[in-house]
Design a protein around this ligand. Structure first.
Ligand code: TGC
Ligand code: FAD
Length: 392
């Protein structure tokens, strides 16, 4: 098993912009990851199973609902803190970050933002500790990039709603106690419903055969005449803007997470380039390897600057959805390129589980697709700057 020797990289001295609390939060997450996750992550990815014993620890480091107010069990932190935690988790594995960002931004956030006071009190404290886990059902077999076409629906039966349909590619579904599900009412309006494990007609089959994000559990959500109590409807917002508003928060976390994956691969490649001798010299002494490493730290630094600024805008409540799309798209493309170059620096060792590079490379194939694909985010930027909608 490889010892996790990771040290952060801060080429433009951005730590000077962090508070002592930010640094403490980052160090706490990093130390926990090194002790509890790094030693087992490779095996979890091989087995294609999220290590559920980690949930309690994720709750303890504040990874579930970092920015949800403390009165509901959240950590009450700012957006930079949230980003730093996501960066440290994805530095280890995208699946680990995925588990935390779904819980925080796609389950706790909609319940906090659109839920009733009773719903907040019932669900948020248990979700914050990881005692209950949640998942977010938006994507359907025939509606991925275009969730507005969804066919999952519910009918008002007087004393309850009757939910029918299916969701696919749902992170955390196989073990979640709670699902925030987006479905259309009889008028075709999208609403969020809280569906609980154990409700008759609700099943969550695991999806098998993934070569990416293997340390995260992915499943389907099947609703076959599920009776959902009326008090489980999220009353605060309806329409497609409700689920898309949650995506803003998750996409922001992913932008930080991608930097984490890139930093890990840069860190490994830099160290390897100083140790691996060929032709009588460390390979880091050859210009071609230096080009790769120099470009890696340049691109990481640019992404760090972009994302820190986005965090400031979010703290001020001024970040737009299009700005978030730009960061998610840019940082994923950046991380994918860096990981590909890092794999080359490592030669044959780069394809083994001895190093994390190949696992990160496979993970990012999911991350660049979920929460809006690379192309969808480009079209969001295109629409923002031209005013023309090129989706349809
Ligand atoms: P469009 O007509 O543009 O918008 C419908 C309504 O939504 C509003 N809106 C937003 N509101 C808040 N935040 C955003 N980011 C928003 N984007 C749009 C919009 O203003 C409008 O409001 P209103 O009041 O006028 O009705 O919708 P469209 O059907 O044309 O679609 C636009 C498009 C393509 C950008 C959108 O559908 C989209 O983002 N598609 C990508 C789908 C996606 O990202 N799915 C993610 C599923 S969840 C997931 O992947 C979790 S992985 C988690 C993990 O494991 O980490
Ligand atoms: P499609 O929408 O079929 O797109 C296929 C291709 O067509 C893409 O390249 C896309 O960019 C392109 N395309 C589509 N529309 C246009 C257009 N208008 N113009 C140009 N190109 C276009 N979803 C959830 O709801 N909850 C989850 O927890 C969740 N977790 C996931 C976990 C994993 C591991 C993965 C892989 C996915 C997950 N998803 C989840 C689903 C994810 O959000 C969708 O896969 C994603 O939104 C893309 O949808 P799709 O796969 O159906 O691709």
């Amino acid at each position: 098993m490889r010892t996790d020797l990771y040290q952060g990289h801060d080429y433009y001295l951005m730590d000077e912009w962090l508070t002592e609390e930010h640094k403490l939060i980052r160090e706490t997450a990093r130390a926990w990851v090194k002790k509890e996750v790094s030693p087992i992550i490779e095996e979890a990815a091989e087995k294609c199973k999220f290590p559920e014993h980690l949930l309690k620890g994720l709750g303890e480091i504040g990874a579930f609902g970092p920015y949800i107010p403390t009165e509901y069990g959240g950590a009450g932190l700012d957006q930079i803190s949230y980003g730093l935690i996501m960066q440290e988790l994805e530095r280890c594995d995208s699946g680990l970050r995925s588990t935390a960002s779904v819980q925080s931004s796609l389950v706790m956030y909609p319940i906090y933002k659109y839920g009733s006071e009773e719903q907040r009190k019932k669900y948020l404290p248990k979700l914050a500790t990881g005692e209950w886990m949640g998942c977010f059902g938006l994507t359907e077999p025939d509606f991925g990039s275009n969730p507005g076409g969804m066919i999952t629906n519910f009918k008002d039966m007087g004393d309850h709603y009757l939910l029918n349909g299916a969701k696919m590619w749902i992170s955390n579904a196989p073990f979640a106690q709670v699902a925030v599900v987006w479905a259309k009412n009889e008028q075709g309006r999208v609403h969020g419903l809280i569906v609980e494990r154990g409700m008759e007609g609700f099943t969550t089959p695991t999806m098998h055969g993934k070569w990416s994000l293997r340390a995260s559990d992915t499943g389907e959500l099947i609703f076959d005449n599920v009776k959902v109590p009326k008090e489980n409807l999220l009353p605060g917002k309806s329409g497609l803007g409700a689920p898309l508003g949650c995506l803003d928060s998750a996409r922001y976390g992913i932008a930080w997470g991608a930097i984490g994956a890139a930093l890990d691969c840069y860190d490994v490649a830099l160290r390897y380039s100083k140790e691996r001798i060929q032709f009588g010299k460390p390979i880091g002494a050859f210009q071609l390897q230096q080009k790769k490493l120099a470009e890696m730290i340049t691109e990481i630094t640019k992404a760090q600057l972009l994302t820190y600024r986005l965090g400031q805008l979010r703290n001020d409540g001024r970040a737009t959805s299009a700005q978030i799309s730009m960061a998610k798209r840019n940082n994923l493309a950046m991380a994918k390129q860096i990981i590909s170059d890092a794999r080359q620096v490592l030669g044959a060792m780069g394809i083994t589980g001895e190093y994390p590079v190949m696992r990160h490379m496979m993970n990012l194939e999911s991350v660049i697709t979920y929460e809006g694909t690379h192309d969808i985010h480009l079209l969001i930027t295109g629409m923002d700057i031209t005013g023309f909608d090129a989706f349809k």
